[in-house]
Design a protein around this ligand. Structure first.
Ligand code: FES
Length: 128
């Protein structure tokens, strides 16, 4: 269960990095300021799987969303939606917001967040 260190250098806002950790796809998405605002606006308590954005991202690095790359419905890999509108699953259309929280089924839970921690320089994240 070795952790992996992932360099975040050169990943522009709006881009998503893919890495494999323990045989699982991890998506590391650099959120734009607008995506962060979208994730933090509105009443998360009304969501199907209620979680605040701050429960899902590191407090000092809210621009980085780190999630497992599998739709909770049946395991397809979600895609980013154009224009920073979160994520959509290509298999049955589940939608997730810019925090990876489900906003439309059939999925009923959010994209899972793996264990992760940022190095103090903020340029590397350790997964695991
Ligand atoms: Fe994603 Fe079914 S696997 S909606």
């Amino acid at each position: 269960n070795e952790p992996i260190d992932v360099s975040l250098a050169g990943i522009a806002a709006g881009q998503t990095l893919r890495r494999i950790w323990q045989g699982k796809l991890i998506l590391i998405h650099h959120r734009t300021p607008e995506e962060i605002v979208a994730a933090r606006t509105g009443d998360h308590s009304t969501l199907v799987d209620p979680q605040s954005d701050s429960e899902r991202v590191a407090p000092d690095y809210p621009q980085w969303l780190v999630v497992q790359g599998y739709c909770p419905h049946a395991g397809c890999v979600p895609n980013t939606r154009p224009g920073g509108q979160g994520w959509i699953c290509p298999c049955h259309g589940s939608e997730f917001d810019t925090s990876g929280r489900v906003t439309r089924g059939p999925a009923t839970t959010n994209l899972a967040v793996p264990e992760f921690a940022f190095h103090p320089d903020g340029l590397t994240v350790r997964i695991g």
